[in-house]
Design a protein around this ligand. Sequence first.
Ligand code: G3P
Ligand code: CA
Length: 257
Amino acid sequence: GAQPLVHRPRLERAVLAHRGLPSRAPENTMASFLAAADAGATWIETDVDLLGDGTAVLIHDTALDRTTDRSGSIYALEAADLATIDAGSWFDPRFAGERLPLLDTFIDLLSERGLHANIELKPNEQGAARSLLLVDTVARALDALDPACQVLVSSFSQPLLMAFHERHPRYATAVLYEAGTIRPDWLSVAELCGATCIHPQDEGLSEEMVALARGAGYGVNVWTVNSAQRAAELFEWGCTGVFTDVADELLALEGPQ
Ligand code: G3P
Ligand code: CA
């Protein structure tokens, strides 16, 4: 039978800290998540994928090059390698020694600080079996989360999200859409994925599309919104949240959540 959602997210004019606070700290590191929390963010967005040995880590790219001192694929790594990779110096020498965080370490931070999270499943490029391992590994990690914390699991990959929903229906999901990929059947796709929220790109989004999704009962959280003026407009349209690289700036205007 259908399992009830254990974490039904309740977002209202939510400011979701995209990869933490990447304007002030290296994206997707513990330093970045802590900076976002210290700035008052209650929702944090991050990206998850698996190393070659199946360890779940938080990184946006499948290559190490952009956000670490190393190059090459994350799929060539195992857990023991993480202690040798610097994910902070590229941003600023002050962050030397920051690591690619383990998903489990992030889950512990959420529980300790009472934070909510949007965890994006990166389309694993290593085939169907790896994708299922990713889905199951993330769900198992989430099972350790304090039930007071809310969580949304999102993906651009509809097959991946459908697999997650089918295997772990207790967690809320959200469908990510790049600009131009919203088709007439977008809400039926969201229904197949068991989604509670739609995550469209800001570019090309209209008030009518937001109204349609809200009318059908979906939350609408828009990425990536770095202008306070645009965030205010989207909230006026009925959007439930915005992903932003400048959570500190948007929260300063919004006041306490
Ligand atoms: O979840 C919103 C946003 O993070 C999706 O795009 O490329 O930043 O992961 P990207
Ligand atoms: Ca993301």
